[in-house]
Design a protein around this ligand. Sequence first.
Ligand code: PGA
Length: 249
Amino acid sequence: MQRPVLAANWKMHHGPTDAREFLRTFLQYYPRHGDRQVLFFPSAISLPAVVEGLRDRSDIRVGVQNIHWEDKGAFTGEISAPMARDAGAHLALVGHSERRHVFGETDDETARKVAACGRAHLVPVLCVGETLAEREAGETEAVVLRQLRTGFSLVDAAQVAHAIVAYEPVWAIGTGRTATPADASAVHRAIREELKQLAPERHRAIPILYGGSVNRGNAASLLAATEVDGLLVGGASLDAEGWSAIVRA
Ligand code: PGA
């Protein structure tokens, strides 16, 4: 198995002042570990503070939570992949369920954003996941695999091999309801089968993360589940001490 990936999605929390304070505490609790990859996704406005705070920690990488699909232009309020890269980001979340369900982002838009990541040498973290209604209708796999195929439809196998996939069931995000390790494994297995088609030689290199109400209590058992290569954590990543306990798990 590859190094587990532990990713913090701060959503619309932690401005630059809080971000600096967070890192001062976190770095005391988390000395360099070669056997895992820690990632932070701060808000774009806090990105420079986080990049600066991690200047001496090349073992930790930083990404943005969203990008526009164009490289530049008249898109007030948006940021592009080349800009994110220029500001020190190495990754970008694409198609997070809040982007899809709160802001109406479509599968086709996620595909264009994944392609924009490729052009800017950002690693896309393509997020996929079903709603509760879709799960109850028995459509979990169909929805997740459609999001996966469409999300990667504009890039070639080599670019897919450089991506990360995050399975985040919408019903588990921020709700306190977590998928069981067995539920997560079942969907991750289906994702892995699909990745075999999309990147035949290199699919093993693609980490598949689980996200949705991960916390200190359930992180270790989810991480131990078959085909779970890491975790994407929202609420439980906001507290420096709690997050350091999860990444050390
Ligand atoms: P949560 O969020 O851990 O607060 O459920 C996860 C995510 O949305 O990435």
